[in-house]
Design a protein around this ligand. Structure first.
Ligand SMILES: *[C@@H]1O[C@H](CO)[C@@H](O)[C@H](O)[C@H]1NC(C)=O
Ligand SMILES: *[C@@H]1O[C@H](CO)[C@@H](O)[C@H](O)[C@H]1NC(C)=O
Ligand SMILES: *[C@@H]1O[C@H](CO)[C@@H](O)[C@H](O)[C@H]1NC(C)=O
Ligand SMILES: *[C@@H]1O[C@H](CO)[C@@H](O)[C@H](O)[C@H]1NC(C)=O
Ligand SMILES: *[C@@H]1O[C@H](CO)[C@@H](O)[C@H](O)[C@H]1NC(C)=O
Ligand SMILES: *[C@@H]1O[C@H](CO)[C@@H](O)[C@H](O)[C@H]1NC(C)=O
Ligand SMILES: *[C@@H]1O[C@H](CO)[C@@H](O)[C@H](O)[C@H]1NC(C)=O
Ligand SMILES: *[C@@H]1O[C@H](CO)[C@@H](O)[C@H](O)[C@H]1NC(C)=O
Ligand SMILES: *[C@@H]1O[C@H](CO)[C@@H](O)[C@H](O)[C@H]1NC(C)=O
Length: 373
């Protein structure tokens, strides 16, 4: 249980604290992606939601649900980011697949995709697009507390922001992304559909041009959470821990605050669920190592670029080189790729964070004890 510091909150109102700050862009916000930074004492300056694995309205709806469920709407602004890739279209996505192979996971480009949400039921700050809100957040804090940017979906919103304001890359503390797999061809080729799915680098493939702009920009630091995010996954052991902590499966069904936990454990039987509920904790993993860097156990630095040739089977894939072997004839970026984190610490934080009460966060600046836990 984290101690709430009312003193800290008062100071933050007066603009005196040095709480680290992050702006998050995503195409399907997960609760812990936001709650982990808050638990670490970071300030979430804004969330923008973009097209990608979900349609724009569904991305906005998912974030709206998280912010509403945890009563965070009054202190974490929500904007809408990129509503389409820079260059990619449904047609070119489909044509490319017919040339180079169909993807199991096609996100909002899937032919069968149907919106779940309607704009009528979502409120967000529509005064500026996500890219502009991101720029404002970075500019406002550049001299005191440079902002971290976490892009967990397509890189489009960040690419738009760089185009509008190139100094973004030096005024921000750094960029963290989820996505940027490499050496995945064997796994994708030999695996079941779900293995193919989790080895598809959709975040970059849906907008290769934006990814190339963003990943080759001169960031102070650039962290890529790729392979590592695929190995932190649900399991029966984790389900059992969550159910035991709740005080039984029926408690999860009855206590609406614990609905996100119920969604995670589904029936409570891991083997019964092979799809959504058993996907890796992709976005949550990157949030965790961003705010608790001491959790990182192994990294490698690479020169990186994204293949932007349409007539390539690797269009939209990350390419990596040791810096001494990096091509000279094209722009490359410098990235730190995280290989391994402290898994058990991650799962411990996952369990404990869900059983804290976040609904007073905007008032008291931290979680409080959840009644009964
Ligand atoms: C909005 O939410 C209400 C109640 O939660 C529901 O009855 C209604 O169908 C929703 N409207 C749309 C357009 O989704
Ligand atoms: C919406 O965002 C703009 C730009 O960041 C800000 O000036 C405005 O106060 C926000 N509106 C609300 C209602 O929070
Ligand atoms: C990148 O940033 C460093 C440090 O600010 C600077 O020395 C270097 O010239 C920059 N490189 C490019 C390509 O802008
Ligand atoms: C990458 O690092 C090298 C060596 O420190 C530097 O010269 C170059 O400007 C960096 N490039 C980018 C895009 O950050
Ligand atoms: C990816 O992660 C797995 C599990 O941590 C590890 O066995 C494998 O060597 C990693 N592959 C690469 C290319 O880092
Ligand atoms: C979980 O589901 C599988 C497949 O339906 C079944 O074989 C197994 O007995 C179930 N386990 C428990 C603990 O209910
Ligand atoms: C999870 O398991 C339940 C019961 O078998 C099933 O109804 C549900 O569709 C499963 N969910 C997924 C995403 O597979
Ligand atoms: C890797 O890059 C990071 C960020 O630029 C830097 O702090 C670190 O020293 C580099 N590590 C190695 C081993 O070069
Ligand atoms: C939700 O947050 C608002 C604003 O901070 C606060 O006034 C209200 O008491 C909170 N609601 C709950 C259920 O904690």
């Amino acid at each position: 249980m984290v101690q709430i510091s009312k003193v800290l909150v008062a100071a933050s109102v007066a603009g005196l604290t040095a709480a680290k700050k992050v702006f998050i862009d995503n195409d399907g916000l997960a609760p812990l992606q936001v709650l982990f930074p808050l638990l670490a004492g970071w300030e979430v300056l804004g969330i923008s939601t973009s097209f990608g694995s979900s349609s724009t309205v569904d991305s906005a709806g998912a974030a709206y649900d998280v912010l509403t469920a945890y009563n965070l709407t009054s202190c974490i602004p929500h904007y809408v980011g990129a509503q389409q890739p820079l260059l990619r279209t449904q047609d070119t996505f489909d044509t490319w697949q017919s040339l180079f192979g169909e993807l199991v996971w096609q996100g909002a480009f899937a032919p069968s995709y149907e919106d779940l949400y309607s704009w009528d039921n979502i409120t967000y700050n529509d005064s500026v697009p996500g890219a502009v809100a991101l720029i404002e957040a970075v500019k406002a804090n550049k001299d005191t507390d440079p902002v971290y940017i976490y892009a967990a979906g397509m890189m489009t919103t960040v690419a738009q922001a760089i185009s509008l304001y190139p100094d973004l890359v030096k005024d921000a503390a750094g960029l963290y992304i989820m996505g940027g797999y490499f050496d995945q061809q064997f796994a994708a080729g030999t695996g079941t559909p779900i293995v193919n799915d989790i080895n598809t680098d959709i975040n970059l493939m849906q907008d290769p041009e934006a990814a190339q702009i963003v990943l080759t920009a001169n960031w102070t630091e650039l962290y890529i959470g790729a392979n590592v995010t695929n190995y932190l996954v649900p399991s029966q052991e984790l389900y059992d821990r969550l159910i035991t902590k709740a005080g039984g499966y029926s408690v999860l069904e009855e206590n609406s605050y614990l609905e996100p936990v119920l969604n995670l454990v589904a029936t409570g039987n891991y083997t019964e669920n092979t799809s959504e509920q058993t996907l890796p904790f992709w976005d949550e993993v990157v949030s965790a190592f961003m705010v608790w860097p001491d959790m990182v156990q192994s990294t490698t630095n690479f020169s990186v670029a994204v293949d932007t040739q349409f007539y390539s089977p690797f269009y939209g894939s990350l390419r990596i080189w040791g810096s001494e072997f990096a091509p000279k004839g094209q722009i490359t970026g410098n990235a730190t790729i995280v290989n391994k984190i402290d898994d058990s610490r991650f799962y411990d934080l996952l369990v404990s964070t869900y059983f804290m009460d976040w609904r007073q966060y905007c008032e008291v600046g931290g979680p409080v004890t959840l009644e009964g836990y």
